[in-house]
Design a protein around this ligand. Structure first.
Ligand code: ATP
Ligand code: MG
Length: 572
């Protein structure tokens, strides 16, 4: 591609509304343009990156035996009503009405559509297993579209759905997909981790996520180097403390804490560490009342775990100030287990506290030296908290480490959740009707582009992993207007590199060298060649590797060979 033929605008300044580096660099390098909140246009150079990712995903899905289809983006409400998700999916679903007043949505995912297809197309166990996939545009009306392509409203997903006669067959395809995903993220040149996940809204049994490791990741993932444990913090079990609870040593005391509510304020005012405080959160109960959830002051409530308690209303909702006042006699910030008249569940670590500090259920008062069994009833216990770094791995291999990750893939064993609701069956060997067993497998294709930048950039711009780069190499021509021989030599080299199977971005614009260098760094193609008058006289181009900064002169006639030896991701 010749840059002189491309209306390419880069931005020097960081766009004000772009919070994360990938969003900033995607805009600054002119790879995407924002239309409106969470909706973007892929510009010519950006689209090349997206296509490269799609291509690797497609190759690995094909290799794993999945069959490509393309389903409609617009989906009739009736199918979503069959599974009950028309109501349950909530405001994330973009609803549309046609001229006949019929309801549709713009697909955020395709379980309903594929299950409808399967019940029409599949008749016999002999047609199974089958795995359909597509690479397609989804729409989710995210509450806070942000971080550019990372949490967009309109985005590109690869979604696959497999159908089976039994669980054993599902497990085989699931393993093949896990393997294909590992291949995909390895081939893309990304540092990633596979972690156990919560299966969330989609439901079902086993599920794993694939995370690109990056500081800016929205998810926390926990793993242990000493064993094979790796899980999303959402889904990581916290072991109960091993040591038995110490015996009470202090008397219970009532202390005045006027206007002091948060754990930090209480700890500062009373000079106790958060790990010796009890945090009592009141949430709406399934029976219409309230439930108290007690955590150690230095621990955080895990919403996924809380949602699993049968006593708790779905979705987990913190009680309103009025309801807290009515239930405890005090405004929010002063709840505690002593004299509490609503049911309480304590996290294992909170239940192991002795002589702790907590709210007194009285405005402006806390209690210190409190003990379970003496001052408050022995609590019901459950795992309610997020694991933290240093916690013991549930697999016993040592302490957990925590890192940030960007979820780029998610695979699920769905079971019969959708096929049951939509009566998708086939005939088995004995001619009996059997409900299909399903798996589903997503990849955030457009999110991968952002995640790759989050992981690979410096102060000058993007540093593409070679397999995703829009080009193999950029060829900068210095002052082409002033030198006919330089232009001719550049043109000849450009064509030669093409013949060698390399995709080249030729910067033949009539622009200052400084601008060309800066923009090449911003765009982040891994290999750069510079050809100018002086080099041409010596018969050389100047080579520079974007990631390492390594530079060297290369003889013009050896350039193609030189590059071919360094570029591993070129088409063969
Ligand atoms: P998240 O937890 O990030 O909201 P999800 O669990 O809802 O994602 P899935 O339904 O598993 O997402 O979708 C499959 C993949 O699609 C995700 O792994 C993610 O990479 C991508 N994805 C989901 N939502 C978005 C979005 N708003 N913008 C870009 N990519 C997305
Ligand atoms: Mg997910």
């Amino acid at each position: 591609m010749r840059l002189s033929q491309l209306p390419w605008t880069t931005l020097k300044e960081t766009p004000a509304d772009a919070e994360v580096i990938s969003h900033q660099l995607l805009l600054r390098a002119g790879l995407i343009r924002r239309l409106t909140g969470g909706i973007f246009t892929w510009m010519p150079l950006g689209l090349r990156v997206l296509r490269r990712v799609e291509q690797i995903v497609r190759e690995e899905m094909d290799r794993a035996g999945a069959l490509e289809v393309l389903m409609p983006a617009v989906q009739p409400a009736e199918l979503w009503q069959e599974t009950g998700r028309w109501d349950r999916y909530g405001d994330l679903l973009l609803r549309i009405r046609d001229r006949h007043e019929r309801d549709y949505c713009f697909g955020p995912t395709h379980e309903e559509i594929i299950t409808d297809l399967a019940r029409r197309e599949l008749r016999s166990y002999r047609q199974l297993p089958v795995n359909y996939y597509q690479i397609q545009t989804k729409f989710r009306d995210e509450i806070r579209p942000r971080f550019g392509l990372m949490r967009a409203r309109e985005f590109v997903m690869k979604d696959a759905y497999s159908f089976h006669i039994d669980q054993g067959s599902l497990e085989q395809t699931y393993a093949a997909m896990a393997n294909a995903y590992t291949q995909i993220f390895t081939r893309l040149g990304l540092k990633f981790r596979t972690v156990e996940a919560d299966s969330g809204e989609i439901g079902g049994a086993r599920s794993q996520e694939f995370h690109v490791l990056a500081e800016s990741g929205e998810d926390a993932i926990a793993w242990c180097d000493g064993d094979d444990f790796a899980a999303n913090v959402e889904a990581a079990p916290a072991l109960p403390p091993r040591a038995p609870r110490p015996a009470p040593a202090e008397p219970m005391r009532r202390v005045t804490t006027p206007g002091i509510r948060s754990i930090e304020e209480v700890c500062a005012a009373l000079a106790v560490p958060p790990g010796r405080c009890l945090k009592t959160l009141l949430v709406d109960a399934a029976d219409g009342g309230l439930v108290a959830l007690a955590l150690r002051g230095d621990h955080e409530l895990n919403l996924v775990k809380a949602a699993r308690l049968p006593q708790v209303a779905q979705p987990v909702t913190l009680a309103s100030a009025e309801r807290i006042l009515a239930a405890t006699g005090a405004p929010p910030g002063f709840a505690g287990p002593v004299g509490l008249r609503i049911p309480l569940v304590a996290d294992h670590a909170a239940a192991a506290l002795a002589d702790f500090t907590c709210g007194a259920n009285e405005d402006g008062y806390h209690l210190s030296g409190v003990n379970w069994g003496r001052d408050a009833p022995e609590p019901a216990t459950a795992d309610l908290r997020n694991v933290v770094a240093g916690d013991e791995s549930p697999h016993g291999g040592g302490p957990l480490a925590i890192a940030r990750g960007i979820e780029v893939g998610h695979i699920f064993q769905l079971g019969d959740k959708y096929s049951q609701a939509m009566k998708a069956t086939v005939l088995d060997e004995d001619g009996k009707e059997r409900t299909l067993i399903m798996g589903c497998y997503g990849i955030g294709v457009s999110r991968i582009v952002a995640a790759a930048i989050e992981q690979n950039h410096d102060e000058h711009g993007i540093i593409w992993p070679e397999p995703m780069s829009p080009f193999h190499v950029t060829l900068l021509v210095l002052n082409p207007k002033n030198s006919e021989p330089v232009t001719a030599a550049a043109e000849a080299l450009y064509l030669e590199l093409h013949r060698a199977g390399l995709e080249v971005l030729l910067d033949d614009r009539d622009a200052r060298p400084g601008v060309k260098f800066a923009e090449a760094d911003l765009l982040g193609v891994p290999h750069r060649l510079v050809l100018g008058e002086r080099g041409l006289k010596d018969g050389v181009v100047e080579y520079r590797h974007r990631a390492s900064g390594a530079e060297q002169k290369v003889a013009l006639h050896e350039t193609a060979t030189f590059l071919r030896e360094r570029i591993h991701s070129r088409p063969s």
